[in-house]
Write a protein that binds this ligand. Structure first.
Ligand code: GLN
Length: 474
């Protein structure tokens, strides 16, 4: 039997051996080994949780007392939080051992981890490819075999998309089920934490621990469809679903209706992703499920709506970085306003500045009605479209996570919205607040070595159910 200390040391060694991938933004071996020692102590006393001693790592938007928290930004380059985020706390209480903080796009804005102020993170499968984003380091750390699981955040796809591109599994739970306390804010009405791991079964244990009501987050949900939002809820729902999948023999999923949105299979979808998704759907049919064509008619509108709403919220959330209380402050300035302006200009990267400008613009008087309010209306219609499908046509929805496999690092640099367009299959789910996950379902790309993910979307609070369905996939 290996000890937690041996496991932690092996993870630290592996992190060191894979430094060229630029996965970690901060490592603190002393703090890691102290946690491992505690875990070993707990195991010796027989007081362990299933996750005790398991090496994990956190996206660098979860604040931690013992590791720096930068959010991938020069703005917070040397920031150390006086407290731990709720998600970090829950995983620590279960006895997991934190190996360090993971690279990500600056303030989680991006789809390839290229917007990090500390350089891109490379895809462990193919180092000329991005790992996806914004939780690129989180997916890469699992794919590179450094940790068994990691945390990520998903505002418009940032748990699902990097999971897909790194060939690992990740879930974004129903909005409000996991506390945002201590999670650096991007778009607060969309931000949701979720775990990334090697399998759906592992995700069950992780999500089960972090999904719990927290009074320190005003949008955290107390009851989910009549069930208290506390540890044990997700796992129970997962087990109940498995128990109810009582179809005959090789057809355990008999009776399950899988909605396949026709808008997810348009001309923008690459051939390799399309065929991997088709093969996955056929596997589900072989397991007894029935495939139903559905329509999510506002799929395309999710891009302009999201790229109005998310920057709007970001512009407000990021106003706290004023060079006064914490974060970067310009060395030279003339007066208060100049200090704030120079600090923000020097410390925010180009994508963050662009979004602050877009956000400020759409919220300004005279434009608010034309952009922000319209985007809010579209958001509601998108949520209604999902509800219409779940009400009568299907139990879950499946499709691609991203139209393409991971792009090369540096691609799209002169086309600023190309990455935004590739978020088409994940944004609607985020705006509706639904749970959704990605599981690996094949490979594509010119050399056939870039992973592809299958997206499974559930109705509100159905994270246990989609995890059980994902678990059937081979
Ligand atoms: N790619 C999207 C964006 O840049 C989603 C990012 C996320 O989910 N954090 O906003």
């Amino acid at each position: 039997q290996v000890s937690a200390t041996e496991l932690a040391q092996a993870a630290l060694d592996r992190a060191n051996a894979t430094k060229h991938l630029n996965i970690f933004l901060d490592i603190n071996p002393e703090a890691t080994l102290a946690q491992a020692k505690e875990a070993d102590q707990r195991i010796a006393e027989g007081k362990q949780h299933l996750l005790t001693g398991i090496p994990i790592a956190h996206k660098d938007v979860f604040v931690t007392r013992q590791w720096r928290t930068t959010a991938g930004s020069k703005m917070l380059e040397s920031y150390i939080s006086p407290f731990d985020a709720t998600v970090v706390e829950h995983l620590k209480n279960a006895g997991t051992v934190n190996i360090g903080k993971l690279n990500c796009d600056e303030f989680a804005m991006g789809s390839g981890n290229e917007n990090s102020a500390f350089g891109p993170c490379l895809n462990p499968w193919d180092t000329s490819a991005v790992p996806g984003g914004s939780s690129g380091g989180s997916a890469a750390a699992v794919a590179a075999g450094i940790v068994l699981a990691s945390t990520g955040t998903d505002t418009g796809g940032s748990v699902r998309q990097p999971s897909a591109m790194c060939g690992v599994s990740g879930i974004k739970p129903t909005y409000g089920t996991v506390s945002r306390f201590g999670m650096i804010a991007y778009g607060s009405s969309l931000d949701q934490a979720g775990p990334i791991a090697g399998s759906a079964r592992d995700l069950v244990e992780l999500l089960d621990v972090i999904s719990a009501f927290d009074e320190r987050d005003a949008t955290c949900i107390e009851t989910c469809d009549g069930t208290p939002n506390r540890q044990g809820r997700v796992k129970q729902a997962y087990l109940d679903t498995l128990a109810s999948q009582n179809g005959q023999g090789s057809q355990p999923l008999k009776g399950l209706r899988i909605g396949v949105p026709k808008e997810f299979f348009g001309p923008g979808l690459s051939a390799d992703v399309a065929s991997a998704i088709e093969a996955a759907l056929q596997q589900y049919e072989a397991l007894g499920a029935e495939r139903v064509e559905i329509s999510l008619p506002r799929t395309e509108l999710s891009i302009p709506a999201y790229y109005v709403l998310a920057p709007a919220e970001a512009s407000s959330n990021l106003s706290r970085y004023d060079g006064v209380r914490y974060g970067y402050r310009a060395k030279e300035y003339k007066g208060l306003e100049d200090m704030t302006s120079r600090s923000r200009s020097q410390a925010f990267g180009p994508e963050v500045q662009r979004r602050i400008m877009v956000g400020t613009y759409v919220l300004s008087q005279g434009y608010y009605d034309a952009y922000y309010l319209q985007a809010q209306r579209i958001r509601r219609l998108i949520a209604n479209d999902f509800q219409a499908a779940f009400a009568t046509q299907c139990d879950v929805i499946m499709g691609p996570v991203s139209p393409n496999v991971a792009k090369n690092i540096g691609d799209n640099r002169d086309d600023l919205t190309a990455d935004w367009l590739a978020d088409i299959f994940t944004l609607g789910v985020s705006m509706a607040g639904l749970p959704a996950m990605s599981i690996p379902c094949g490979f594509g790309g010119a050399h056939g070595n870039r992973p592809i993910g299958l997206q499974i979307i559930g109705n509100y609070f159905n994270e246990g159910k989609i995890l059980a369905i994902a678990d059937r996939f081979q």
